[in-house]
Design a protein around this ligand. Structure first.
Ligand SMILES: Cc1cc2nc3c(=O)[nH]c(=O)nc-3n(C[C@H](O)[C@H](O)[C@H](O)COP(=O)(O)O)c2cc1C
Length: 317
């Protein structure tokens, strides 16, 4: 059940994708997700350099016979050329790009026979991705963890509009963490879902346990958007630090003033040492529906079971 264009495109059992997770989309999580029949996504930005990343690719390959992809986020932290080269050298057949336009890398990636999916927050960028030769897109709605873009359009509208306007498969992201929401995405015309927040709260996610514990007690109102002042809105966990940043932005602070809280080092301190006061971490509104830290196997099984059950219920209405 739930075989779609993207299960065929990627050769996976379920139409579920683990989105890129900066610093956390590493081997343990990727292997678990791919082993359960969804698509794990090794996040290039989590690795220091090409060699370290290549080793990670080989480790994943050793521990799952199933397909996995690589997320390359362009233009957020550092040049990604060496990671694109690593993917080509290691013959990883699936790449998800996000952030800026992947056009500079398209020719190389396509020449290597790689399936390229671009992650976008708007229909305009989705159309652009189709034009430059992407094989699929992920559209990310306003409720997502991470970067929802500047338009503030929620998944319910964004997904349907993208499906209407595009010919390539559309994957829905932003607010998906349950079987009912998987079914809803398929009903809207998407070919599958990409999840970030749900997989962040899995046993295999390398996020510090203390942070996971704090997150599971949160509601759908416990996120907020920061970095609007620098045109890079980012939905993060509501904490004393993120509230302070939002306040500083209201008072027209400079990038220098908020930088210590949004730097790579402060993020590392938060995710590795559990120091919630060190920085900020992306989190989606769907956290309000998550109240446990389950294994990836339990997460995927329960999503599929709930979707099947809800489908039966709808059928009998
Ligand atoms: C902690 C965290 C880090 C993330 N890092 C990245 C990243 O490096 N690249 C990327 O494309 N998306 C990143 N995302 C976004 C996810 O891949 C995904 O698109 C998003 O979480 C979907 O919304 P959801 O959280 O409602 O499922 C991140 C999300 C979280 C929660």
């Amino acid at each position: 059940m739930f075989q779609t264009k993207i299960t065929k495109l990627f050769g996976i059992k379920y139409p579920i994708i683990q989105g890129g997770l900066q610093g956390l989309g590493k081997e343990s999580l990727v292997i678990a997700v791919s082993n359960e029949g969804a698509l794990g996504m090794l996040t290039a930005g989590s690795y220091k350099n090409k060699e370290e990343f290549k080793t990670a690719i080989r480790n994943v390959r050793k521990q799952t016979p199933n397909p996995f992809g690589v997320n390359i986020t362009i233009g957020i932290r550092r040049p990604m050329d060496e990671f694109v080269e690593a993917v080509i050298d290691e013959e990883v057949p699936i790449v998800f790009t996000s952030g800026q336009n992947p056009q500079p890398y398209m020719e190389k990636l396509k020449r290597a026979g790689i399936i390229v999916t671009h992650v976008v927050p708007s229909v305009r960028f989705a159309k652009k991705a189709e034009t430059i030769g992407c094989d699929a897109v992920v559209v990310v709605g306003y409720e997502c963890a991470g970067h929802p873009g500047l338009d503030d359009v929620t998944s319910l509208t964004l997904v349907q509009k993208a499906v209407q306007e595009l010919n390539i498969p559309v994957i829905a992201a932003g607010g998906f963490s349950t079987g009912k929401s998987l079914l809803a995405a398929l009903a809207l015309g998407a070919e599958g879902i990409q999840m970030g927040t749900r997989f962040l709260l899995s046993k295999e996610s390398p996020l510090h346990e203390q942070v996971k514990k704090q997150m599971v007690s949160l509601n759908e109102t416990d996120t907020l958007i920061i970095k609007r002042s620098i045109q890079k809105p980012m939905r993060v966990m509501k904490t004393e630090i993120s509230k302070r940043i939002a306040e500083m932005e209201k008072n027209n602070c400079s990038l220098e003033e908020i930088f210590p809280y949004i730097s790579g080092e402060s993020y590392e301190k938060l995710i590795r040492e559990g120091d919630i006061g060190a920085g900020v971490i992306s989190l989606g509104q769907t956290i309000g529906l998550i109240n446990n830290i389950k294994s990836v196997k339990e997460i995927i099984t329960s999503i599929i079971e709930e979707a099947e059950l809800q489908l039966k219920y709808l059928y009998h209405l």
